[in-house]
Design a protein around this ligand. Sequence first.
Ligand code: FAD
Ligand code: PYC
Length: 418
Amino acid sequence: MKKNRYSIFSLARNAVSYHKDWRAAWRSPDPAPSYDVIVVGGGGHGLATAYYLAAKHKVGRIAVLEKGWIGGGNTGRNTTIVRSNYLWDESAHLYEKSLQLWEGLSQELNFNVMFSQRGVMNLGHSLQDMRDIYRRSNANRLNGIDSEILSPAEIKAMVPAMNVSENARYPVLGASFQPRGGVARHDAVAWGFARAADERGVDIIQNCEVSGILKENGAVTGVETNRGVIRSSKVAVVAAGHSSVLGSMAELRMPIESHPLQALVSEPLKPVLDTVVMSNAVHGYISQSDKGELVIGAGIDAYVGYGQRGSFSIIEGNVAAIVELFPVFSRVRMLRQWGGIVDVCPDACPIVSKTSIKGLYFNCGWGTGGFKATPGSGWVFAHTVAHDEPHALNAAFNIERFTTGALIDEHGAAGVAH
Ligand code: FAD
Ligand code: PYC
C-alpha cells in the first residue's frame, strides 16, 4: 500500500512537534539549465497548467518560474467567487468545465480547497437588468448550466439581512441564482496545485523573475531571469497583471489594459450570509468567509497601473452600495483592504492561445473573473502547450480575434464593472 504522507498520524505528530522536521509541501530547487516547458507565473493558473501538463499530458521536465511567492498575485487577493453563468456558448462551456473540475478538485489534488457550493445570486434592479437576467439564465439552461430566477420574496427568504424594499434607491426586482456556484479558499488552490505538481516532478522556483524572452528564427529558445538563462523550446506565460510586460519582452503588443481591483473584509461576524450576492448595478458583491468576515469587492479603478492598491473613492462607493443593500451592516467595522492588478481584454474574455512566435503561448486577460476559471484554464492551457493546438474549449479564445473581430462580449456576465 502506498504510504500516505498526509495521514492523520502525521497531522498529530506535527501538531506536537512545533513544526520540527516539518516536511515542506513542495521542494525549492535551483533552476536546471533547461526544461521541456517553462511556465512563467506561479499563480493558480500557472500552477494548474504545470499540474495538468505533468499529470495528464505526461510532460517530463517542467518549471514554474514565479517572481515573488506562489499565489501572491491575484490568486491570493481575490474574493473567490466561482460560477459558470456566462452568456455566450464559448464562455459558458469553458467556465462550466472549470466548475466541474472544481467539484472534484479536493479529491484530485488530495488537498482541501474548501470549495463551498453555497450558490451565487446576481441581483436585478431595473426592468433592463431583469431582461438581461432572463436572457442569460435562459442561455445558461440551454447549455445545461443550472440557473433559477428568484423573486424579491424568495431572495428575502434566502437572505433575510437584505433590504428588498420597493423604496430603496435601487430596489431589488429579482435575481438569477446558480446553486452550484460558490466560493473556495484561494491560497489552498495555489498550494494544492503546487504540492500535486511538485509530487509529479515539477520544479517550482520562487523569487525567480523573468526579464527577457529569448528567441531565434521566430521560435522561442528560453528566458532570461534573475537566476540566469533557462532554456526551453516551449514557454507558457501566465503572468496576470503583467501580461503586457511579458508580451513586450517578445515584441508582442497585447490587447490588454492593467487596472487595480480592490477588495476588503470586515471584522468577523456570526453567520449571517450563507450565499454569495452580486450586484452589477450598484457595483458590489459580498459573501461571508468561513472565519466570519464579510468579503466585499467592487468594480475596477478606472485608471491603468501596476500598483497593487486602489483609490479610496472606490471603497467609499462600494461600501455605500453594500450598506444600501444591507443596512444592518452599516455599523460593521472593516478590517483590511487590498488591491490586485487585473489584465482586462476589450471583450472581457481571456486569451488562451498560441502566438506568432513558435513555442510561445499566452494565457491572460481573465480580468476580474479568472479565479473561478483556475482549474479549467490550466486544463485547456496544458492541452494547448502539450499539443501545440488549442483544446476545443479554448479555440475561440485565441489572440487573433482582436484582428478578425470574432470577439466574445461578456461584459454583462463579468459581474464586475470594467
Ligand atoms: P496571478 O495569481 O496574479 O498569478 C500571476 C503570477 O505571475 C503572479 O504571482 C506574479 O507574481 C507572476 N509574475 C508576473 N510577472 C512575472 C515575471 N516577470 N516573472 C515571473 N513571474 C511573474 N475572479 C473570480 O473568478 N472571482 C472573484 O471573486 C474574483 N475576485 C477578484 C477580486 C480582486 C480584488 C482581484 C484583484 C481579482 C479578482 N478575481 C476574481 C480575478 C482573479 O483573481 C484573477 O483573474 C485570477 O486569480 C488570475 O489568476 P492567475 O493565476 O492568472 O494570476
Ligand atoms: O467574476 O464572479 C466574478 C467576480 C466576482 C468578484 C470579482 N469577480
